[in-house]
Design a protein around this ligand. Structure first.
Ligand code: NI
Ligand code: MN
Length: 225
């Protein structure tokens, strides 16, 4: 498996021979200006919730690629109203076997509405089961006791937000790593806006002191999982 960072909470994950793209917010992110949105051709786009900093490039990339969007039922309906029929609606607690592997939609403690004000359903996270590995993408979330439900999954890697203000910050992300029982963490949702700027060296030190392997990828950087 390989993952590539596109800034903020957007990553590509190569899994089961397919390209999965999470939460595309690229063309509106000045930090990601080196990434050409039109070059992205995922097979699937996974959307955790409806906020603009997670869906800004969703329609463009879906139209360019024909990707199947995996999201909560309300967002699938919203896309359908915009003429994008290729969406696979799910809901919290449900899993489905796709051609690349299994996706389970899990709880996230946040809010969700679409950029046009439409109801976005519940925010969500995902557990991806593919290539013999288990990967958790939490989406935007607070630290929540429900994360303990993932403790016996033996997760290989987890993408967790740590920018604070809109999501949990680094200290709670460290607690979350304990709740989900996963030592390999990929940080997200930091530095994009002034209120979520982090001191990377301080955050790295905190994770290291907690015995955790934290990756803060440069935008455009890839990592083998
Ligand atoms: Ni959000
Ligand atoms: Mn967000």
């Amino acid at each position: 498996m390989k993952t590539t960072y596109y800034g903020h909470a957007s990553f590509e994950l190569e899994a089961g021979g397919k390209k999965l793209l999470f939460d595309p917010f690229i063309s509106h992110n000045p930090l990601a200006k080196a990434i050409d949105v039109n070059s992205l051709k995922p097979d699937y786009i996974l959307v955790s919730h409806g906020h603009g900093d997670h869906v800004a490039d969703l329609e463009t990339i879906q139209k360019n690629s024909g990707a199947t969007v995996i999201c909560i039922a309300e967002i699938a309906g919203w896309l359908g109203n915009k003429g994008i029929e290729n969406a696979h609606g799910m809901n919290i607690g449900g899993g489905y076997d796709f051609d690349f592997g299994r996706v389970k939609m899990v709880y996230a403690l946040h809010s969700s509405s679409m950029p046009d004000g439409a109801y976005g359903g519940s925010p969500a996270g995902f557990v991806i089961y593919a290539d013999g590995k288990k990967i958790y993408y939490s989406g935007d979330t607070a630290l929540t006791m429900d994360m303990k439900l993932l403790a016996d999954e033996n997760l290989d890697w987890a993408y967790l937000p740590l920018g604070d203000n809109y999501t949990m910050g680094a200290d709670d992300a460290i607690k979350a790593a304990g709740f989900i029982n996963c030592k390999n963490i990929i940080g997200m949702h930091y530095d994009t806006f002034p209120v979520i700027k982090i001191d990377k060296s301080e955050v790295r030190k905190k994770f290291e002191s907690a015995g955790l392997n934290l990756k803060l990828l440069a935008i455009g950087e890839s990592l083998t999982l």
